[in-house]
Structures are given as structure tokens and as C-alpha cells.
Design a protein around this ligand. Structure first.
Ligand SMILES: [Mg+2]
Length: 224
């Protein structure tokens, strides 16, 4: 990091960076479907089709209507069996903390940074469920600023969502490090707006200047 622009705030992505669905999206879909009379939906097949639908989602606006289409794509030929109550139930299910895993490096890193007076923020492409979910996971109180695409109407990699972060933190973006798991949304997006950025890839080797193998590397990166 450049000594002439000390990093005093860290901004984090949420999905794939702080948390991931547990055991998987497909397992949660199958569990809720079974409660609504659609038996033996295969989690592995649901995951495969969900990933494919997610990859091809294009200009996804994180609205309930957009999620409705995606969920039905995951069920493919069985979507016709899903009763009307299924979608609201599965949508709600993802605000509950037990279907999410908080990665093991998250709380120790947030604690260490907060103790050192580093300001913490979230910049996430998510919908209206993010704030209740963060509260349910007891993560929300770490963050001074939470910028959610559905609220601000701009999604990463747009520089606008990061400029809103600047206003909420009251800090120039050159003093903020953003960390996330998407090379396009998190790294290119943040750098395009003038932030420092690193990709998190747990289990992969750390690459100096580019990639972290654990969030626990962040304090040292800030010279703490
Ligand atoms: Mg992510």
C-alpha cells in the first residue's frame, strides 16, 4: 500500500466474501420444496441449474420478480409442480441465519480491524433481505456504512455505488480498501472508482498486490 495514502477504512462484499449458503442453494430449495409437497428435488441438479441461471442472468436487478424467474429456472421441468406459496417461503428462508455459513476468518478480522479503529463498510449487490440477514447473523453492528444495490439503484461494478460509499464514510475513496470474491464487480469495479482492491480466494495462494487467501491478511496489509 502507498504510505502517502493510508488505508483507514475497509469495505467488504457479502456473498462469497463474508458468507455463503449452507449447505448450498440447492439444499435450501429442496428443503423448502419438500415442505410444499414437491418431494425429492435433487440438490445437486438444483445447484447446477442455479449456477447456470446465475451465470446467464444478465442485467439482474435483484427484485423479487427476477429471483422468481431464477428459482423456477433451477427447478426446470419440475417448476410447474411448485405451489404459489413456495416462492415467498423460499425467498424468506434466505433471511434466516441457519441457511448461511459465516466464513471462519470473518469475525476475527472484523474484530481486529475494529479494535484498531479501522472503519468498516459493506458494498453489496443484494436485495431488501440483506439488512435483516446481517442483523440475524449479528454482523450488522460492525459496519459504519452498508451500501446495498437495491437501495441505491446502482450495482457493482458501477462506480456510482462506490461514490455513495465515499459520502457515507466521509472519506476519500483512495483511503478505502475493498475486498470481494468477484474480479469484475469487486476488484475492477472498486479500482475503477479509485479504491484499493483485493480479490479473496480462500484456499488459493495469496498473490501480493492482487489476491488474499484469507481475510486475516487484511490487518497486515494496512500496516497494523
Ligand atoms: Mg460476492
Amino acid at each position: 500500500m502507498k504510505p502517502d495514502s493510508p488505508i483507514t477504512a475497509v469495505s467488504l462484499d457479502v456473498g462469497g466474501t463474508l458468507i455463503e449458503p449452507r449447505p448450498s442453494v440447492g439444499h435450501v430449495y429442496a428443503e423448502v420444496a419438500a415442505r410444499h409437497g414437491v418431494r425429492a428435488a435433487d440438490p445437486a441438479a438444483l445447484n447446477r441449474r442455479f449456477r447456470e441461471a446465475w451465470r446467464n442472468k444478465g442485467d439482474f436487478d435483484f427484485s423479487q420478480a427476477a429471483w422468481f424467474v431464477l428459482v423456477r429456472q433451477a427447478f426446470a421441468e419440475r417448476a410447474g409442480e411448485l405451489p404459489e406459496e413456495f416462492f415467498p417461503a423460499v425467498y424468506q428462508r434466505f433471511t434466516e441465519p441457519d441457511v448461511w455459513h459465516v466464513f471462519a476468518d470473518v469475525i476475527p478480522t472484523l474484530d481486529a480491524l475494529a479494535t484498531q479503529g479501522v472503519k468498516l463498510a459493506i458494498v453489496s449487490n443484494w436485495d431488501e433481505r440483506l439488512r435483516p440477514l446481517l442483523a440475524n447473523l449479528r454482523l450488522h453492528s460492525f459496519f459504519e456504512a452498508i451500501v446495498v444495490s437495491c437501495e441505491v439503484k446502482f450495482a457493482k461494478p458501477s462506480p456510482v455505488i462506490f461514490e455513495l460509499l465515499e459520502r457515507r464514510l466521509g472519506l476519500p475513496l483512495g483511503r478505502v480498501l475493498h475486498v470481494g470474491d468477484s474480479p469484475a464487480e469487486d476488484v475492477a469495479g472498486a479500482r475503477g472508482a479509485g479504491l484499493h482492491a483485493r480479490l479473496i480466494r480462500r484456499g488459493a495462494p495469496a498473490i501480493a498486490g492482487e489476491q488474499l487467501a484469507s481475510l486475516l491478511e487484511i490487518p497486515a496489509l494496512l500496516g497494523l
